[in-house]
Design a protein around this ligand. Structure first.
Ligand code: SIN
Ligand code: FE2
Length: 213
């Protein structure tokens, strides 16, 4: 079928004060992003990490950048090396950094310089429970989150886990930026529905850019 929207320019959808979806913003660079993710995963493979509570996460993770986020029996932390194998995280590709900086600027955050990029891989059924991103030092810096591959339902809530959430579908190339008064909002991903994406196969990938230190 003819895709009437395939050439449409990206557009913005506000979520809350300081939070916006940049729809299709990463469409042009999506193939290059996926190729870079594959190259990073060859250096430092995706791993289902274990939470401090002893649960195996359904989302598989790796990182690139000066520091990476991970979890193990000792807790959640940013570190220069992957505790799973002792290796330094692969460097953040320029393409990643530039996309994150430009997206943050478009969302109103002019001096975002990410030092960490968490790469999440969701398979069917994988989910991320409601949580806050609060392990970073400078909470004035926003979060930039890039969705690739299969679509997923993103929950965006308030400042208590129990508050009602908005549910929005995030698709290939969508970017969400949240910061300022929304920086500590709870968010999560509902269990991924099975499917096959032409460029990403049976997966959803998410790049989460942060200034951690
Ligand atoms: C996250 O909160 O770390 C990831 C959110 C997502 O996968 O879209
Ligand atoms: Fe998060």
């Amino acid at each position: 079928m003819l895709d009437l929207f395939s050439d449409e320019a990206p557009w913005q959808e506000p979520l809350a004060e300081g939070a916006v979806i940049l729809r299709r913003r990463a469409r042009e660079e999506a193939s290059a992003l996926l190729a870079a993710i594959a190259a990073i995963a060859r250096q430092n493979p995706f791993v289902h990490r274990i939470t401090p509570g002893g649960y195996r996460m359904s989302v598989a993770m790796t990182n690139c950048g000066d520091v990476g986020w991970s979890t193990d029996s000792r807790g959640y932390q940013y570190s220069e090396r992957d505790n799973a194998n002792g290796q330094k995280w692969p460097p953040m590709p320029d393409l990643f950094r530039t996309l994150a900086q430009q997206s943050a600027r478009e969302a109103g955050f002019s001096d975002f310089t990410p030092d960490a990029c968490l790469i999440n891989r969701y398979e069917p059924g994988a989910k991320l429970s409601l949580h806050q991103d609060k392990d970073e030092k400078d909470l004035r810096q926003p979060i930039v989150s890039v969705s690739l591959g299969l679509p997923a339902v993103f929950q965006f809530g308030g400042f208590e886990r129990s508050e009602a959430t908005q549910r929005v579908l995030l698709e290939h190339g969508d970017i969400v930026v949240w910061g300022g008064p929304s920086r500590l909002r709870y968010h999560g991903i509902l269990p991924l529905k099975a499917g096959v994406h032409p460029d990403a196969g049976p997966y959803r990938f998410n790049l989460t850019f942060r200034r951690a230190r």
